[in-house]
Design a protein around this ligand. Structure first.
Ligand code: TYM
Length: 329
């Protein structure tokens, strides 16, 4: 059975970008693939979280994964730091990765701009750690949003290069997997291109109905359509993209026609958008509350996932050590 893997950094609650960009695909894929979904707590160290928050942040994401429908009976759900094998592979991959190519990764350049006092080596080698996450299970498909395309390209490069250097076919080249046919970028409500934690423009899965409506009603707009069939400015296109993601085809068409014949009222569009978001989020939020309060269950699921993930990673690492020439223990 083909293997699928993906992960999310525990740097806050999950938002609609995470859900539509990645988690929704996980939930679908767990029925058809040998699936690994993890919480990337080592990756979150690039921004130096407080020790007392580390475990709680991972539990929060785990509760949110479960609330979205990830099933520990079907998928291996684990915390990255519970699988030390990852680090050994990370080291080997770093030996074959060049500083020139790591320096060209856009997310690295962006982060280096955002946190100029903390451009650490972990940030620089972020893509090789991500490649190790993927390759240790020899995953073939990786459900991610558009922002991860370059990291995925690096993961493929790591696989190809290792295979070439050692004349082996150990690693499949992992492919991006999208729920529809193309990479998704869920826009923010502030007119910016992307919904993201650091952008502060998110609808979180745990936001209650009132909060969702308030955020949507406050979304940035303009003076309204001025000319029949005119192209939509970015801020308006963002709202339509969101509508396309959370509503059905017919609703989207209805508002699109209203835009085209200049009768669209943004208030109506926003009300509909909020309504459809609330419909998706209400049941998820209720389940988040239930799971979050059950720390014992969360820790049990994480332990179970860690055992399965370690077994899979250890099998790959045995092969890797043999191939490189190390003793296998
Ligand atoms: P992270 O934690 O930034 O985001 C988790 C997932 O959510 C997707 N995403 C979005 N998709 C569409 N629109 C958005 N606005 C949006 N915001 C976030 C991301 O594309 C991602 O799929 N490097 C990863 C974590 C990671 C990983 C891995 C992923 C570590 N190792 C191995 C896959 C495989 C990250 O920082 O994602």
């Amino acid at each position: 059975m083909d293997i699928v893997l993906s992960g999310i950094r525990p740097t806050g609650n999950l938002h609609l970008g995470n859900y539509y960009g990645a988690v929704r695909s996980f939930v679908k894929m767990q029925n058809e693939y040998n699936s690994f979904f993890f919480i990337a707590d080592w990756h979150s160290l690039t921004t130096h979280p407080r020790p007392q928050d580390i475990q709680q942040s991972a539990r929060t994401i785990l509760a949110e994964y479960l609330a979205c429908g990830l099933d520990p009976e079907k998928a291996t759900i684990y915390v990255q730091s519970d699988v030390p094998e990852t680090i050994e592979l990370y080291l080997y991959l770093n030996m074959n990765t060049y500083i020139g190519e790591l320096g060209r990764v856009t997310t690295f350049k962006e982060k280096a701009r955002q946190q100029p006092d903390n451009v650490n080596a972990g940030l620089f080698t972020y893509p090789t750690l991500m490649a190790a996450d993927i390759l240790q299970h020899r995953a073939k498909f990786v459900p991610v949003g558009k922002d991860q395309e370059q990291n995925m390209e690096m993961a493929r490069k790591c696989a190809r290069r290792f295979n070439n250097i050692y004349q082996t076919e150990l690693f499949p080249e992992p492919q991006n997997f999208y729920f529809g046919n193309e990479a998704l970028k869920v826009p923010g409500l502030d007119g910016s291109g992307k919904m993201g934690k650091s952008e502060g423009n998110c609808i979180y899965l745990c936001d209650d109905e009132k909060v969702v409506r308030k955020k949507v009603m406050r979304a940035v707009t303009d003076n309204g359509p001025q000319e029949m069939n005119s192209p939509k400015p970015d801020v308006i296109q963002n709202l339509f993209t969101l509508l396309h993601i959370v509503s059905d085809e017919e609703t989207y068409k209805y508002f699109d026609e209203k835009w085209n014949d200049c009768t669209l009222r943004y208030g109506d569009l926003k009300k509909q958008l909020a309504e459809d978001m609330v419909r998706t989020l209400n049941p998820i939020r209720e389940r988040i509350e239930e799971y979050k309060s059950n720390t014992e269950l969360l820790d049990k699921i994480a332990r179970m996932g860690a055992d399965k993930a370690r077994e899979s990673a250890a099998a790959t690492l045995r092969e890797v050590r043999k191939i490189i020439g190390f003793r296998v223990y």
